[in-house]
Design a protein around this ligand. Structure first.
Ligand code: URA
Length: 344
């Protein structure tokens, strides 16, 4: 049982506040009876909820992946008149909302849906779905500093959970570097704060994957629908990520997908991957299949020293054991092909 305004908002009727207004103005019926109490609860599976006599919940579920440009707000409106995500969703009449958030200055993969349950499953902290970012930071962090991020660093809201961290690209002059970081939490400005904690502030941040879903070659400012395999892959990821706590069962997420009108195969059994951090080898779903992640492809383009920090050579810089990617690989990744090793 859930509050009526919550059910209505999740069904795409309007914002929760607008739904409250609809209830108070006597426009909402539950099983044919008008309801004006805001505390009223209902079961969307059982009760028939109508607005002005029209049953809700008939909106088709939509699942989009959007390549958010920098300088766009991840919310439904902005009092300051800045660009918002929905400015880019021309032709979409459904009321979509983001699955989690990206900062105004962060670009990259953002999921959008009108399926509240799906969004909730993917963003709930207990499911710790991995999200990978390319963080371009000031200077070149030493391997021992990246190790701190791998183990967890103390932020003002507590220790971060272990992260997977690898060098992705290094400026030969040492002015900046791009680090690939995978986190399993979704705290506010978390990646930026993690790098601040090791004194390498983020210059540019791009999310390249969410669970098993990769941004691939989707152009900045554009979106596409998820395939049913991709939706299924994300739900599988929820089961995988929370398997130790046994919070979500296969049947719960299978029910979700069928309830969402997504033509998903019925209750399939799943097997955990061999290693949570071996993401470059993990099978991925749908059209991301060709889009190889960048780790470990080709030779490093730039410095071949084991320590990329001028004047240090204790060999601690490699944190992922899979080598570093490079911009050539990044380009290749965006274009959905494998990179050739650099000649250098
Ligand atoms: N971490 C950040 O610091 N910002 C984002 O937008 C996402 C993760």
């Amino acid at each position: 049982m859930e509050r009526l305004q919550k059910i209505m908002a999740e069904a795409g009727v309007a914002s929760r506040r607008k739904c409250e207004e609809l209830i108070l103005s006597g426009k909402v019926q539950v099983n044919g009876e008008t309801v004006t109490e805001l505390g009223t609860k209902a079961d969307p599976e059982v009760d028939e909820i109508s607005v002005d006599g029209k049953p809700i919940g008939v909106e088709k579920k939509m699942y989009l992946v959007f390549n958010k440009p920098k300088g766009v707000i991840t919310s439904a409106s902005d009092p300051q008149g800045r660009k918002i995500v929905t400015d880019y969703l021309k032709g979409i009449t459904e009321r979509l909302y983001p699955v989690g958030r990206l900062d105004y200055d962060t670009e990259g993969l953002l999921l959008l849906t009108n399926d509240g349950h799906f969004a909730h499953l993917l963003t709930h902290p207990k499911h710790h779905v991995p999200k990978t970012y390319h963080a371009t930071v000031k200077g070149v962090p030493h391997g021992s500093e990246l190790d701190k991020l791998k183990k967890g660093v103390m932020l003002e809201d507590g220790m971060t959970a272990p992260a997977e961290v690898e060098y992705h690209d290094i400026d030969p002059e040492g002015k900046e570097s791009t680090i690939s970081i995978t986190i399993h939490e979704g705290r506010n400005r978390q990646v930026r704060r993690m790098f601040e904690a090791i004194n390498h502030p983020v210059i540019k941040l791009k999310r390249i994957s969410f669970g098993e879903l990769y941004l691939g070659n989707l152009k900045r400012g554009l979106y596409r629908s998820l395939t049913k395999e991709e939706i299924e892959g994300l739900l599988k990821q929820v089961r995988l990520s929370s398997k130790s706590s046994k919070q979500v069962t296969a049947s719960e997420t299978s029910e979700l997908t069928s309830a969402s009108n997504a033509p998903i195969k019925s209750k399939e059994t799943w097997r955990p991957k061999a290693k949570a951090n071996n993401r470059s080898k993990a099978p991925r779903s749908g059209r991301d299949e060709q889009e190889k992640p960048v780790e470990g492809q080709g030779k490093p383009k730039r410095s071949s020293r084991s320590d990329h920090r001028p004047g240090k050579s204790n060999g601690q810089n490699r944190t992922g054991g899979q080598g570093r990617g490079n911009k050539r690989n990044d380009r290749a990744n965006k274009q959905g092909r494998s990179a050739k090793p650099s000649k250098r």
